[in-house]
Design a protein around this ligand. Structure first.
Ligand code: ASP
Ligand code: MG
Length: 407
């Protein structure tokens, strides 16, 4: 008998039939003798719909009130599941974030969990209740309702698992796990059986949208093994675990692609101390996150500075860049949002040379021009023209034999 946390995402609870399906799965786990805490998302589309309604009233909805509004999505599914379970004669109890004592800071819309007073959850479990917790929400020390950022119910589930020292944290979603590439792009993509937190973090931040990044950071910090799997079948999914627990360390475990970035180049920037700070401080002040930065070698006391920003912030970043270019006497600002970043990821890269060369050759063989390159210890990313993104993913997937190797 174990203590299991099961988190169900928006598509798994998107209508009453699917909530019944979840109730049956939960009941089965309970019947096999386990104690169980269920963490839920809102029905798919509900959070978006609520945001849209608030935006129809005003362009700048009050952040505190917006969180009160958004938290209702998860309140609804938690109650509906508890009602279903009760109707099946299972002892179920729903808890909202504050009732589950999920204490956060006061950053409305993107609050961080500070502590979980798991007393009430544990007491209910000890009475053999099924505890259903509304994900994505908590409260600050003054009792204000907060939300944890989009996709935040993953983080609720992981944090609760850590707080109650659950034996397993299962993340149920509409895909079968984590794949070597997006199966919609690459038909040969295969499900990965085990992946380590570091690789998952790179994948999550590069566009594999299965888990909220913060939930993976949390899982890594508190050593919570995650099992990402589908709520629509019984198949095993992907285990996200410590590096030591991944038996076979492949050089490359997966290929990702992110089209939501844009590139900005400041041409002929004076190559002097303080210039980079002048360029990037105002962009950071505008809350825009920069991903890649590349500075060319100096020529005649000048250099080109290129960086990438999220596509949604492109226009604002361009405006700021034009202003700065004027101030620092850069000759020109160029921008381009038709770019994609393709990356290969794998912890095995730490001990292997030649991965970059192989990646570049594979792209070259397809005549795909590489415009920017960055690397981390376990990742190599290339920016290419957006229309070649799918081809690049398939090419790299083949080049690193990801469909053949046993993972
Ligand atoms: N309902 C929230 C969202 O759509 C949280 C979640 O689903 O994890 O972002
Ligand atoms: Mg999600």
């Amino acid at each position: 008998m174990g203590l299991i946390v099961q988190k169900y995402g928006g598509t798994s609870v998107s209508n009453l039939d699917r909530i019944r399906n979840v109730a049956n799965r939960v009941a089965k786990t309970y019947d096999s003798g386990h104690n169980i805490v269920v963490v839920l998302s809102a029905m798919a589309g509900v959070t978006d719909g609520l945001i849209e309604q608030a935006n129809q009233l005003t362009e700048t909805p009050d952040k505190r009130e917006l969180d009160v509004l958004l938290a209702t999505g998860e309140q609804m599914t938690a109650a509906l599941l508890a009602i279903t379970l009760e109707s099946m004669r299972y002892p179920a109890r729903s808890l909202l974030g504050h009732q589950a004592e999920i204490l956060t800071n006061t950053t409305f819309g993107n609050a961080r969990i500070l502590n979980i007073g798991a007393g009430r959850i544990k007491a209910l479990i000890n009475q053999r209740h099924i505890v259903v917790v509304a994900g994505f929400q908590g409260c600050d020390d003054e009792g204000n309702i907060t939300t944890l950022g989009r996709g935040g119910s993953d983080t609720s589930a992981v944090a609760i698992s850590a707080a109650i020292q659950a034996d397993a944290c299962e993340i149920y979603t509409d895909v079968g796990g984590i794949y070597t590439a997006d199966p919609n792009i690459c038909s040969k993509a295969r499900r990965i059986e085990r992946i380590c937190y570091e690789e998952m973090l790179e994948m999550a931040s590069l566009g594999a949208k299965v888990l909220q990044i913060r939930s993976v950071e949390f899982a890594k910090k508190f050593n919570v093994p995650l099992h990402v799997r589908s709520s629509f079948n019984e198949e095993e999914g992907t285990m996200v675990v410590n590096e030591e627990d991944v038996m076979e360390k492949l050089v490359v475990s997966g290929v990702t692609c992110n089209k939501n970035e844009a590139r900005i180049t400041l041409r002929k920037v004076p190559d002097q101390p303080g210039i980079a700070a002048k360029v990037f401080s105002p962009i950071a002040d505008a809350g825009i996150q920069i991903d890649m930065i590349i500075q060319n070698t100096r020529q005649g006391g000048q250099t080109d500075l290129t960086f990438t920003v999220p596509e949604k912030d492109f226009n604002q970043a361009l405006q700021i860049s034009n202003r700065i270019a004027n101030e620092i006497n850069a000759t020109e600002v160029l921008g381009d949002s038709d770019i994609a970043k393709v990356s290969v990821i794998g912890v095995g890269m730490k001990n292997h040379s030649g991965v970059a060369a192989k990646m570049f050759s594979a792209l070259a063989a397809e005549n795909i021009n590489i415009r920017l390159i960055t690397t981390s210890e376990i990742r190599i990313s290339c920016v290419i023209t957006e229309k070649y993104a799918e081809l690049a993913v398939r090419t790299l997937h083949d080049a690193f034999s990801l469909s053949n190797e046993k993972i």
